[in-house]
Design a protein. Structure first.
Length: 524
């Protein structure tokens, strides 16, 4: 019989599995954003609530695991000669090389804002995988971990319940006093902790989509336990756990989680079909799961039916956007619109003022006219161009002359900076505009909640640095955030920050390269 101390080696896993998701604590962080044009300041101060301490404890636990692994290196837990661990070793080496070659080693070491998935976190994932595979040896170990995970899910559900009922614990004075550091306690009364709309479950995972992903991960696992366990009381226990997970999933309203849960459950049922046919108790579990999945489907008709129909219809449609490209070259801006091609040139006169000249696609001069206190372009009846969608205003910004071009009621600002025409961003910074590389989804950028746009701009990034990627957690820096025309066409907003590819495989390939993706697939 094992002594209680024999389970001590599971404590690091239990911390990661059941305690880590519950950690919520504010940490004031500073980031060097001098090279990021989507921040107005060079030093950005951010109050991180859900990510910093989770990542910190994850790394600390991984270090403890490494110490334990070294201590048991000559025992049955040794991993040295186990060939099926080799992909994990190779992945760790690739991540280190990717960090050394990173396009921005600062963020590869520190982690991007609200992500913090830096090189240390990635290496910690590998350590946790190796430790778990080496130290979880028998059914008792699995029972211990299952109990810890169910307990954690129960606590997350209680938190989610307060959010669902409109009494979000994190918005209460008690919750804020637990989250905020002591130096901010005097400001509790003035803190607005409204992250999402009322009654939406996000638990302690920051985003409601993360709740749906977590639920989709947990549901098939506990479904398999409910089917395979021999004791009826445990089958009932796991069935209740499944119902609790579905409650969290429904409360999060995360679309992808619903689809993942249904697909995962279908695979589990197929793999356990023989057991389902042999046991009457398991029949009950199957009926219960069928009812649960039916509730999911009927309560999310707009997700599993309406969203699917919308996705299919979007794939069959091609959107013809009015604005094609805007490019800045030297002292000029060229606008390619469906109804005109226009070039704007700027130069400084003797008085230090900026003068602007307009030319059509034939390099012919276009006159300016006044119409109801608005500057418009003189429409030449012999030209095929139509400038009716274009309004012009002359403004100033920090003492500099700025020209505002309102195209289809969206305002674009340009100014001359060191004899170079630049786009003045909504953040008050200036950037050069150029054509953005894209592959696929032309005219279908809005497909899948703008995934068409994100993927079309992300795929070329894989080809830029195929072997080792751009570096851990550098996707937001690698993505063409200056593609303001593309963002306007897709989102109808130019301030949307694309900070994730919404595809785990693209994420691996872009951040740490195709080699790391292959190692990840080998481990999977």
């Amino acid at each position: 019989m094992k002594s209680k101390s024999s389970n001590y080696h599971l404590l690091p896993i239990i911390i990661v599995l059941s305690i880590l998701p519950l950690i919520v604590r504010a940490k004031i962080l500073e980031y060097d954003t001098s090279e990021l044009h989507w921040y107005a300041q060079d030093l950005f101060t951010h109050t991180d609530i859900f990510t910093y301490y989770k990542s910190l404890i994850l790394v600390l636990v991984a270090i403890i695991m490494v110490v334990i692994i070294i201590y048991y290196s000559n025992s049955d837990h040794s991993m040295v000669n186990k060939k099926y661990y080799y992909p994990a070793y190779f992945y760790a080496i690739i991540v280190l090389i990717s960090t050394i070659l990173s396009t921005n080693i600062y963020y590869s070491l520190k982690g991007y804002i609200n992500h913090l998935e830096n090189v240390f976190v990635l290496l910690s994932y590998i350590v946790i995988f190796l430790y778990t595979a080496s130290f979880v040896k028998n059914e008792n170990d699995l029972k211990t971990l299952n109990f810890a995970w169910v307990t954690s899910i129960g606590l997350l559900t209680l938190i989610g319940l307060t959010q669902y009922l409109g009494f979000d614990i994190y918005r209460s004075e008690f919750g804020l006093s637990m989250i905020l550091p002591p130096q901010l306690h005097s400001q509790i009364a003035s803190v607005d902790f409204t992250l999402w709309k009322d009654n939406l479950i996000y638990q302690s995972l920051f985003h409601y989509n993360y709740v749906s992903y977590y639920s989709a991960l947990a549901f098939p696992f506990f479904l398999a336990l409910a089917i395979s366990h021999k004791q009826l009381k445990m089958k009932v226990f796991y069935a209740i756990t499944l119902a609790v997970i579905v409650f969290n999933l429904l409360g999060s309203q995360g679309r992808n989680g619903f689809i993942g849960l249904v697909i995962g459950s279908f695979i589990v049922i197929l793999l356990n079909l023989k057991k389902l046919l042999k046991s009457k108790a398991t029949y009950i579990i199957l009926i219960a799961v069928t009812l649960i999945l039916t509730i999911v489907v009927f309560n999310t008709e707009t997700v599993l039916e309406g969203r699917l129909k919308l996705a299919i219809s979007e794939l069959n449609q091609t959107t013809d956007y009015p604005l094609n490209t805007i490019e800045t070259t030297d002292n000029s801006v060229t606008i390619d619109h469906n109804t005109f091609i226009l070039t704007l040139e700027a130069s400084n006169n003797n008085n230090g003022k900026t003068t602007f000249s307009f030319y059509d696609e034939n390099k012919s001069d276009i006159k300016l006219m006044m119409n109801e206190n608005k500057i418009i372009l003189d429409h030449n009846s012999d030209s095929t161009n139509s400038y009716s969608v274009l309004d012009i205003q002359l403004l100033t910004y920090n003492g500099n002359d700025v020209i505002e071009l309102s195209i289809n009621q969206n305002k674009w600002h340009f100014m001359l900076v060191d004899k170079k025409m630049m786009y003045l961003t909504p953040y008050g910074t200036t950037v050069d505009l150029d054509s953005t590389a894209s592959i696929g989804f032309a005219g279908k950028e809005r497909w899948g909640s703008m995934r068409g746009y994100i993927w079309s701009r992300s795929i070329p990034l894989v080809l830029e640095k195929p072997l080792f990627g751009s570096g851990p957690d550098t996707f937001p820096l690698s993505f063409p955030q200056e593609d303001y025309v593309g963002k306007w066409n897709a989102y109808r907003s130019m301030t949307t920050l694309v900070d994730k590819p919404h595809n785990i495989y693209l994420g691996y390939a872009i951040n740490t390269g195709i080699l790391s993706l292959l190692m990840f697939l080998a481990l999977a």
